[in-house]
Design a binder for this molecule. Sequence first.
Ligand SMILES: [Zn+2]
Length: 318
Amino acid sequence: MQIHHYEHGIHAIDSGYYRPDLDAIHFIVDGGEVAVIDTGTNHSVTRIVAALDELGCAPEAVRHVLLTHVHLDHAAGAGSLMQRLPNARLAVHARGARHLSDPRKLWDATVAVYGEDHVMNAYGALAPVPPERIEVVPDLAVLDLGRRQIQVLDTPGHARHHVVYHDSASGHVFCGDIFGLSYRELDRDGQAFIIPTSSPSQFDPQEAHQSIDRILALAPEAVYLTHFAQVRTVPRLGAQLHRMLDAYAALAERCRDTGDARYSLLHEGMKAIVLNEAHRAGWQPHDEQRLLEVLGLDIELNAQGLVSWLEATTPAGR
Ligand SMILES: [Zn+2]
């Protein structure tokens, strides 16, 4: 089990989703207590238990499981994991809570986007969480962990059930998907490359801008992304996210009335936005193919999410 160890008692592991270093699970250890941030899938549960063991923490020491949102690459394992952590409470946005105590709707909605075989293989069956173990966390809620406190910020834009967790001890923020995707295999000379995720079906660029600004206002030295783990130079990455969100929104508006060609135009346009940022960051044309391979699925999902956003913002009858 490879554990990435950071400062301030913060650690990360690979959840085992799809390919290496795609999907991270984070831990904060303080004064004999543990918080686990996002759970990965059902296939991640044994990894989490093994990581706790390696960190010298008993399952009983886990006080909080903190979900950033209930997309299945972040939360599918929550029900099974809670069965292994007898003292933990599960923190989640009010809009996500009912999906954890009764996961059927979440399951059906995900199957509608990705297909049932795929969802079963990728995530495993969703176990419900007993309602009394779920803690709905409103904006600015504060949770205790050892000697530190963790503050919750409501951060829509990627999903309406999305929160981030601000750690008082480090000043760092656990951002789920709202501060974009940044794969370590795309680091160049120690510099991270980041893109916003607009995956279906609740992307909202205006809300995403505001949520990113809330995170930047905390001036964190580092933030942690589910895809993937710690990034620093946060102001630079925030500026890139803002710039790209504007480009996503402009692309979507250009494609609003393009009929059957819409998805393919959005897909090509999304590729162009990513390549444009890559050139800006110093990527050379001969590396572009690798970039597009690593980001290929995200580019597809981002284009699909722009379709959802256009549908949600097109007046009825048009
Ligand atoms: Zn997500």
